[in-house]
Design a protein around this ligand. Sequence first.
Ligand code: TXA
Ligand code: MG
Length: 344
Amino acid sequence: MQTKILPVDKDSLTEAKNIIFSGGVVAIPTETVYGLGANAFDDDAVRKIFQIKGRPNDNPLIAHVHKAYDLSQIVDEIPAYAIKLQQAFLPGPLTLVYPSKNKVSKYVSCGLDTLAVRVPSHEGAQAFLKEVGIPIVAPSANLSRHVSPTSAGHVYDDFNGKIPLVLDGGECVGGIESTVCDCTGEVPVILRPGLITREMIAEVVGACETYVPDLKKGEKVKSPGVLYKHYSPRCKTKLYACEDGENARLTIERELQNGQRVAVLCETNRVSEFERAGVKCLPLGNSQEEMAANLYKLLRAAEGVCDVLIGIEPKEKDGVMIGVLNRLRKACCSEDIAHEKPKN
Ligand code: TXA
Ligand code: MG
């Protein structure tokens, strides 16, 4: 299969619509990361997404809808606080989880009695969702466990030959996936941190909690995606705390002596601490928003320039950085080598 990359326009939207209604999958831009989209009502199309991504079949998908879509068609109940959140933040990088049974393909929510719904603000995504007029399930358009894609090129790198079309809407400005917020209880609960922060939500509705799964109690995890190792570049990774620059430099020294190509991912204002011959510095930016926007792009860039990526955690730990640190830690966690490059 040829994979086309086309700008979002009248012709490509028609082509995308035809693919979706014949049970196919199309990659679409959003303001957070690119998504791999399919018809939420079509069992086979939804299963195809899991198969193409290599996604575990207990990790549910988000349904994306146009801003004028009537939500009551796919969810059972919308609490009053969720309406306030919709008004304050949508369209935008916030996914809300509602009670919902048997409204879309049973494969979407993997057996949960809920549905995650997102109204993206990206113009290209809105144009596409308007064109199709139905909910589109779309996980991030990366192979499972690889780094999420923030450009059409990233999608192409993971799925060339596996999907017919990537709608190119430019680089994603947000850079990390949407905040996922559960709206099935008394108060909203953040399941995945992102650009819409807990403070922003609490300011609108008075309260907002953060979900921490207690696996020891055998509790059923609300958002299975949080369990998986994620977002990993295909190189060895090591992560150091912000104050641990000295140890990071010792590791850099040792890796260089072992003949490894080393890259350092750190806040832009710390680059000079790690710069030296043989080390490629990948500056994350200085503001929280810059760091979110650059993270995945740099994790992917690291794959091409180093054998070992040394990450230095940024100093700030609040607001949007909760989401950025969550992704950075998952990218660099546990095993040294996240996974092998798939053989073609
Ligand atoms: O920004 C985003 O959200 C991107 C773009 C493409 O819209 N999409 C995205 O999808 O990140 P994905 O599949 O990579 O992540 C979806 C997350 C997972 O952690 C999943 O477990 C959670 O949302 N999720 C989906 N449906 C859920 C549900 N019914 N209840 C709880 N968590 C859910
Ligand atoms: Mg994902």
